[in-house]
Design a protein around this ligand. Structure first.
Ligand SMILES: Nc1nc2c(ncn2[C@@H]2O[C@H](COP(=O)(O)OP(=O)(O)OP(=O)(O)O)[C@@H](O)[C@H]2O)c(=O)[nH]1
Ligand SMILES: [Mg+2]
Length: 213
């Protein structure tokens, strides 16, 4: 009887848990975004800790939403650490790929503008999409640092980079995707980003079932 009651209690109180992997080049703003999300979704709304240092290893946190837990995995983006990303692919339910919109030249692969890290960004994104373990996983691309005057606008990033990657051979097949403007530093757009992830992981739950917690 006790075990039945315990089982029923567990069933009634358990929630789906989805894992979200934050990726992007070093300095893109992953940890800053992570800190904003933690702050916005904490019941006591603490000040976000925005003084970040380059991530070596991982920062993990779980936010509680009405209908699910979202577990965020913030990993290091430095070149030497990117080889570790693939060990997270099989168990993630969504990928948030963060781009520093102030460090991609004019944001378009069509021109010979070699300033910024646009080409590096393209190669890294293609590498993520091409991996068989990320197949079908919803992808949110965040054009970060939109608070800065020298940022490239989101439409340009969409047309000049993202569309080009998706039209190419290395797009890794069909998946749900979206490009959104954010400022991880000010928090603008962070709520919308999480809203998108939340709806997409649910849509995709047949392919990537959540863990019950
Ligand atoms: N102006 C502005 N600066 C930002 C924004 N997001 C991050 N930064 C700054 O960019 C720098 C790098 O931010 P991090 O969040 O540490 O970058 P990261 O992607 O976690 O870097 P790694 O851990 O090395 O992969 C810091 O100086 C942040 O303050 C933003 O939206 N606007
Ligand atoms: Mg970091």
């Amino acid at each position: 009887m006790y075990h039945l009651a315990k089982g029923l209690y567990r069933l009634a109180t358990s929630k789906e848990e989805y894992s979200v992997l934050l990726l992007g080049l070093d300095n893109a703003g992953k940890t800053t975004f992570h800190e904003q999300v933690k702050s916005i979704f904490s019941p006591d709304k603490p000040e976000p800790r925005l003084k970040t240092v380059p991530t070596v290893g991982q920062n993990v946190s779980t936010i509680v939403l009405p209908d699910m837990y979202l577990k965020l995995w913030d990993v290091g983006g430095q070149l030497s650490l990117r080889k570790l990303w693939q060990s997270y692919y099989a168990s993630c339910h969504a990928i948030v790929f963060i781009i520093d919109s102030t460090d991609i030249g004019d944001g378009s692969l069509d021109h010979e503008d070699s300033s910024g890290r646009l080409e590096e960004c393209r190669l890294v994104l293609e590498d993520v999409l091409q991996n068989s373990e990320t197949e079908g996983v919803p992808l949110l691309i965040l054009a970060n640092k939109q608070d800065r005057e020298d940022c490239v606008e989101v439409v340009r990033i969409k047309e000049g980079l993202v569309k080009r990657v998706f039209e190419g051979e290395k797009s890794g097949g069909i998946r749900d995707s979206r490009v959104l403007p954010v400022s991880a530093l000010t928090g603008t757009g962070v709520q919308e980003a999480i809203d998108w992830v939340r709806s997409r992981v649910k849509w995709n739950k047949e392919s990537r079932p959540p863990v019950m917690r």
